[in-house]
Design a protein around this ligand. Sequence first.
Ligand SMILES: [Zn+2]
Length: 161
Amino acid sequence: MFSPVHIPVGMALAHWIPGGPIPVFCAGVLSHLVLDAIPHGDAGIGHWVHSSPNHVTKLQRLLPMVLVDQILGAGVFFLLLSSPLLASTGFWTLFAGAFGSILPDYISGFRDLLTKPPSWLESIHRLHEKCHYRGKEPFNIVTGLIFQSGLVGLSVFFAFR
Ligand SMILES: [Zn+2]
């Protein structure tokens, strides 16, 4: 899933889980893997990126998407920082939740940038991939994006209710 969906979950965990940034960060990472297991329609985008004929084309497909994803993710992060729900939670705890919630995608993205990734990075990436939904995909890219936008909208709604 895209970062704007993961970030609100990581931030909500920061609000709910006691113990400060470290447990919240770990919960954020786990939440990423759990959310990825929900069908969300961006498998086609992954195929499109990975079917690139060469490394340069791959980067040309991957980087603009990462940029938009990160800008929207940062927008959601800053918006939720000002929400009444999260007002009592410290900045670094919220940041740890948000960062943990998108870390698996950073790791896989970093692996995609390398022509020959080390085996430990491959193992982490494979674990991340394994967490993705494997059944018949109920969404295409467009309906998947609508679904993911709906989830972001719901998070914002509950944070500002
Ligand atoms: Zn992921």
